[in-house]
Ligand binder design. Sequence first.
Ligand code: ING
Length: 310
Amino acid sequence: MRTVTVAGAQLGPIQKAESREQVVARMIDLMDQAKAKGADLIVYPELALTTFFPRWYMEDQAEVDKWFEKEMPNAATQPLFDRAKEYGMGMSFGYAELTPDGHHFNTSILTDKTGRIVGKYRKTHLPGHAEFDTERAFQHLEKRYFEPGDTGFPVFRTMGGIFGMCICNDRRWPEVYRVMGLQGVEMVVLGYNTPSVNSQKGEEAGDKRIFHSNLSMQAGAYQNSTWVVGIAKAGSEDGHPLMGGSVIINPDGEIMAQAKTEDDELIVHACDLDDTIFGKETIFNFAKHRRIEHYGLITSQVGVVVPPEK
Ligand code: ING
């Protein structure tokens, strides 16, 4: 048994006017609750420190940069790192990263039980668009404000297991889980900020969004025999609704815990990393069963190339 008790710390909405200090206080309150439930690891959402600012069109780079962190930890987040260290609790959360040499990433970190950052991941798959789109009901400007991540999909040894991260839209791409699966990942932690409505398809029902989100993460978990923890920032941010539905999914692809609200909400589950072994040694024993001589298009071709008309 290698049990890691995971607390998924879903955040409710963060309004544009809310300060990082106010948000960190909410995150610490969830961490206190997690401690009371014996959590070893707490997982927060994507861009956990601010509102989902890519919904706002901005031209002044100085205004854009206000949403980014120039160092981590920093004055606003140090109390969170201090509390995690006091509790001996690992944590993962997402934030907008502005590097010393001027690069802008949608980033997530993983700390160990001593509060040390042991892993960093920068979001690879940026959805949305770079210019103001008059056709959309609302903007989704991640391609405007972030560069595609440069980390790839690394995994990290900590807390007695092998952990990986991805962020939001990454969870929809099977390659993401497989690259980590090929490194033996036993738990993928990810945060998301997913609009409850489709900016291009108004009539899409909210429950289909939850369905697609769960389908993607459950498939990733099952097909790589890994735990997947997907944690939302949810609720209405300045009138823009984000879906909830935070989940903890086991290596068989089964949902073991799911959030019920669109507010700050903790979901907790004792995850035995040894539950990943059977799948990795049998049906998804990659070394025994994969036939990579037939998979070439997956990395040699970006888009679709259809066969010629007869
Ligand atoms: N958000 C959304 C996500 O992938 C999205 C964007 C929503 C794309 C629904 C496609 C369909 O969950 C982020 N931040 O990636």
